[in-house]
Design a protein around this ligand. Structure first.
Ligand code: AMP
Length: 302
C-alpha cells in the first residue's frame, strides 16, 4: 500500500488510494483463503458506520472501509462542498474498530474525465427520497456498483438508516450479477433516539432538540397504528405535530412495505400482514438540515 499523500504518513491503518492497490491487497487475502467484508461510507464516521464494521467482521476475516464523498449523488444546491471531511479522525476510528484497510480514492480515480455510465434501479428509486432528490439514487447506484466492482468483496454492509438505498443496492447487485452478498445493519441511534448521521453535526443546539422529536413522534404514530388507528389520519396527525416544532418542515411521511417499498393502504386500519411487514418512512428538514428515519411497524422488529 502506498501512502502517497504526506497527510497519510501517520495513518493508523493501511490506506489504498487506487483501485489497483485495493485489488492487490484483496487478491493477497483471497489467496490466503480469507473472506473480505466491505463497508462503503462518505466519512465523518460515527457509531452507525462503525457498527457496520462490526457487522462486516461477523461475516468475514478482513474488513475494508471506503471513504469517498460521492459527487454524483449531490444536486448543485446540496451540501457537497460543505459535507464534513475528517479523514484523519476517520482513519483513527477505523483502526480502533479493527478495520484492516481504508480505501480513499480521489475523485478522478472514481470518475475519470470522460466518465459516461450511470446505473438506474427503476421502480425502487421512485417516491420517498427519490421524489425530493431526483438525482440522488442514480448517483448512489452508480458509485455503489463501481465500489462493489472495485472491492470484489464477499460481503458488503449498508445501514437500514438508508432503507430505500439498501433495497436499491440489493436489487442492483442481483440485477448486475455482482457476486457480493449485501447485508443490512440496524439503525444506531443517539440516547434520545435520533438516528445517527454525519449531517447531525450541522444542527444548532435548538435544532438538535427538535430533531430528537422525530423518532419519538414516529413511535407514537406506530403505537396508534398498532392500536387500530387509520393510516391517513395517523400520518396527518404526525405531520401536524412535527411541523409545529420550530424550524421543522416535513418532507414526507409514508407507510410502505419493508420488503419491496409497495405502498400500504391509504386510509385504512392495517391488517396483520401490513403490521408485520410495513415500515414508517420519514424525512424532515430542521433548519437547513435534512433528516431521514424509518421504523418497522412490528414490535418484534424494534
Ligand atoms: P454515509 O456515510 O452517510 O453514506 O453512510 C455510509 C453507510 O453507513 C450507509 O450504509 C448508511 O446507511 C450507514 N449509516 C449511516 N448512519 C447510520 C446509522 N445511524 N445506523 C446504521 N447505519 C448507518
Amino acid at each position: 500500500m502506498t501512502n502517497a499523500d504526506p497527510s497519510d504518513h501517520d495513518s493508523p491503518l493501511p490506506v489504498a488510494r487506487t483501485v489497483s492497490e485495493l485489488r492487490t491487497q484483496a487478491a493477497l487475502w483471497r489467496r490466503e483463503g480469507l473472506r473480505i467484508g466491505f463497508v462503503p461510507t462518505m466519512g465523518a464516521l460515527h457509531e452507525g458506520h462503525l457498527s457496520l464494521i462490526d457487522c462486516a467482521f461477523a461475516h468475514s476475516d478482513r474488513v475494508v472501509a471506503s471513504i469517498f464523498v460521492n459527487p454524483t449523488q449531490f444536486a448543485p444546491h446540496e451540501d457537497l462542498d460543505s459535507y464534513p471531511r475528517q479523514v484523519a479522525r476517520d482513519l483513527a476510528l477505523l483502526a480502533d474498530r479493527g478495520a484492516h484497510l481504508a480505501f480513499t480514492p480521489g475523485r478522478e480515480e472514481v470518475y475519470p474525465a470522460d466518465f459516461s455510465t450511470m446505473v438506474q434501479v427503476k421502480g425502487l428509486d421512485e417516491g420517498l427520497c427519490g421524489a425530493s432528490r431526483p438525482h440522488f439514487f442514480g448517483g448512489v447506484a452508480t458509485v455503489v456498483a463501481k465500489l462493489l466492482n472495485m472491492a470484489q468483496a464477499d460481503v458488503a454492509v449498508f445501514g437500514e438508516k438508508d432503507y430505500q438505498q439498501l433495497l436499491i443496492i440489493k436489487r442492483l447487485a442481483r440485477d448486475l450479477d455482482i457476486p457480493t452478498q449485501i447485508i443490512g445493519g440496524p439503525i444506531i441511534r443517539e440516547s434520545d433516539g435520533l438516528a445517527m448521521s454525519s449531517r447531525n453535526q450541522y444542527l444548532s443546539v435548538a435544532e438538535r432538540a427538535v430533531a430528537g422529536r422525530l423518532n419519538v413522534e414516529m413511535r407514537t404514530a406506530i403505537m396508534a397504528l398498532r392500536s387500530g388507528a387509520k393510516t391517513g389520519e395517523t400520518l396527518a396527525q404526525l405531520r401536524e405535530t412535527l411541523n409545529q416544532a420550530d424550524g421543522a418542515s416535513v418532507d414526507y411521511l409514508e407507510l410502505r412495505s419493508g420488503d419491496d417499498l409497495s405502498a400500504l393502504p391509504e386510509n385504512a386500519v392495517l391488517d396483520q400482514v401490513s403490521l408485520a411487514t410495513g415500515r414508517l418512512f420519514a424525512a424532515m428538514m430542521v433548519g437547513k438540515t435534512r433528516l431521514i428515519d424509518n421504523m418497522p411497524l412490528s414490535p418484534a422488529d424494534q
